[in-house]
Design a protein around this ligand. Sequence first.
Ligand code: COA
Length: 246
Amino acid sequence: MTGLVHSFINNGVMHLELNRMDKKNSLNSEMYQAMTESIIAAENDSDVRVILFKGGFGCFCAGNDIQDFLDEEVIAPGSPIATFLHLLVDIEKPMIAAVSGPAIGIGTTLLLHCDLVYATDKAIFSLPFVNLGVCAEAGSSYLLAQQIGHVRASELLMFGENFDAKTAKDYGLINQVIGENDYWDLAIEKAEKLASKPYDSLLTTKALMKTERATLHAVIDQEIAEFSRLLKTEEAKTIFSKFLKR
Ligand code: COA
C-alpha cells in the first residue's frame, strides 16, 4: 500500500481514499497500481461488501498526472492505468463514490463505473480530453452517451467545459447533491446500509445490471489505442508542457 492511496475496512466497507492533495489528487502510475491492489483485495475479502471511493476534501481528483502523459507508454496495454481501467468494468461488489471539489478527467469517468455517487454542492466535473489533445477514456466514449444521451455526451466530451453538481444530478450522473460538511457522513451511511443488505441479492442485482462488460472491455482497448496515438502528437505534447510550465 502506497502513502498516496489509503485504504481501511470498517463495518463491511472498504474505504479507498486518495492522498495526493499537493497535486490535487492527480493520479500517477503508482496510485493506479495501489488502487488496483486494494480493489482486488476488497473483491477477495468476504469482510468487504461495499467499496467506498473518496478523493480528498475540497478536491476529488484532478485527473491523470499530466507530467506522466509525457511518457508515451503510460497508458499502453498492460500498464497500471490500462489494468485499472479494465478492472473498473469487472468489479463485482457495489462501489460508491463521494465527491468534493474538482473531479476532472478520470475523476469524472471513474464515476460512470460507480453504482452510487454523492457529490457536494461545490463539486465540479469536467472531461477536458479534447482540449488536452487526447480522447475519451475509461469507456466514457460509450458509457456517457448511454447514461445521458448522445448530444449531452458530445457536449461534455467535445467542449470539455466544467459542469456543476446540479447539472450532474439533472443528467443522472450522480444520486444526490449535499453540503460539504455532510457528504462524507452520508456516503458512509449509504455504504454501510448497502453492506447490511442480503448480500447474494445485492451482488446478483449488480451483476444483472452490468450486461455490457464485454463491449466495455473492447471500447476501453480501442480508447487506449487512440489515446496512446494522440499522446505522441506534437499538439498534445505542447498542451501538456504549457500546463506544467504555468
Ligand atoms: N497533473 C499533474 N499535476 C497537477 C494536475 C494534473 N492533472 N492537476 C494539478 N496538478 C498540480 C499543479 O501543477 C500544481 O503543482 P505545483 O504546486 O507543483 O505547481 C498543484 O497540483 C496544484 O494545482 P493548481 O492548479 O495550482 O490548483 P488549483 O486549485 O488552482 O486548480 C485544478 C485545481 C484541479 C482545477 C487544476 O489544477 C487543474 O485544472 N488541473 C489539471 C486538470 C486536468 O486537465 N487533468 C487532466 C485530465 S485528463
